[in-house]
Design a protein around this ligand. Structure first.
Ligand code: GDP
Ligand code: MN
Length: 338
């Protein structure tokens, strides 16, 4: 990996040592965006916003990932916006594409059925590649080995408030493994056998389940069934060492062996959420109320007028998903006292 150079552009080069300010990176962390070249216009808006509202004060690096090589246009247009080092990385093919262990005839038949049933992305292979990659591979990327925490950012997402604190340092100081802003219900049709797979895994490996597990967030009957609640993973601030650790590694391998990323359409949101809830536990998960965040069609707006004012938020307090019927947040509040 190498810093991208703004050669030929008439702007200060954020990666030039002369321009690196006296800011000490206080956590070992990076901003992380998985993106397609075609998403450049959405990507630059989101990067600029997060730089202006947070990162220009901290200068954390950005890592961009793509299963194809990023274009020069993508690299140029992003590099003029970032305040710290920026890396544009190609994902290794073996981390992205459907593995040979999947029976493609079976997978294709299931995709067709899901498409016929009108399931969103039901017929898409690339969406499945993305979900599996975000579930079990991004944190194995050679460049990301150097980092512990990441903030997942999607092209087109909106950050509504100034972030006047360092969420990575917060994670570190409070021993958190997973941070979220929005929780929703999963489409049951995409994960029909996920919960039984989870149950099989935890029966074989009870030692991985935290004594303080957040089971009451993901199940309304003490683990008998999944209530479909998950942290919406297009926003994540999390600890990659948790994904790299023994519990999640064994869990992901187990999921992978069942083939549900391709035979069904398991999303990285329920996979991450179930793991954080069961193996991390309630007190290692954090709700970032201060961070106003929007990924269409939902917005989290800080549910305290004081936070809203201090953050100079552009979101409408009346348009906060937390307490509407799409959100699982009330369960989180009830369980965690947060
Ligand atoms: P949605 O939010 O579930 O509707 O899914 P998105 O289309 O936003 O995809 C989720 C994330 O994965 C975004 O960061 C996308 O840029 C990224 N993504 C999705 N599919 C691909 C793909 O085929 N290639 C690459 N490089 N990124 C992808
Ligand atoms: Mn998205």
């Amino acid at each position: 990996p190498s810093y991208y150079n703004n050669d030929g552009l008439d702007v200060p080069d954020a990666n030039d040592e002369e321009h690196v300010p006296d800011v000490v990176l206080r956590a070992n962390a990076t901003l992380l965006m998985l993106a397609r070249n075609s998403e450049i216009n959405a990507a630059v808006l989101t990067v600029k916003e997060l730089e202006d509202q947070f990162n220009h004060k901290y200068r954390y690096p950005w890592v961009f990932l793509n299963e194809q090589f990023f274009t020069e246009e993508f690299k140029q247009r992003v590099s003029i916006l970032t305040s710290g080092p920026v890396y544009f990385e190609k994902i290794p093919d073996e981390h992205w594409y459907q593995p040979n262990s999947i029976n493609e005839a079976v997978a294709e038949e299931e995709r067709r059925k899901m498409e016929d049933d009108g399931v969103i992305y039901g017929g898409s292979v690339s969406y499945r590649n993305m979900c599996r990659y975000n579930s079990g591979f991004f944190y194995r990327h050679p460049l990301l080995q150097n980092f512990k925490y990441y903030w997942r950012v999607e092209p087109g997402a909106t950050f509504h408030c100034d972030v006047n604190f360092d969420p990575f340092v917060f994670m570190q100081e409070n021993n958190k493994v997973y941070g979220f802003t929005i929780t929703l219900y999963e489409f049951p049709r995409t994960i029909e056998s996920l919960w039984s797979t989870v149950r099989d895994f935890t029966t074989e490996h009870p030692e991985f389940v935290s004594p303080n597990s957040a089971m009451d967030f993901i199940s309304d009957d003490e683990g008998e069934s999944y209530n479909l609640c998950h942290f919406w993973s297009n926003f994540e601030i999390a600890d990659m060492d948790f994904w790299r650790g023994p519990a999640y590694t064994a869990f992901f391998d187990y999921l992978e062996s069942r083939g549900g990323f391709y035979y069904e359409r398991w999303g990285d949101a329920p996979v991450h959420s179930i793991a954080a809830a069961l193996f991390g536990g309630t007190d290692r998960i954090h709700f970032f109320n201060e961070i106003g965040y929007e990924h269409p069609p939902f917005t989290h707006c800080p549910s305290s007028s004081e936070l809203w004012r201090l953050g100079r938020c552009t979101c409408d307090l009346a348009n906060n998903v937390d307490y509407n019927e799409h959100s699982c947040f009330w369960r989180w509040g009830r369980m965690s006292g947060q």
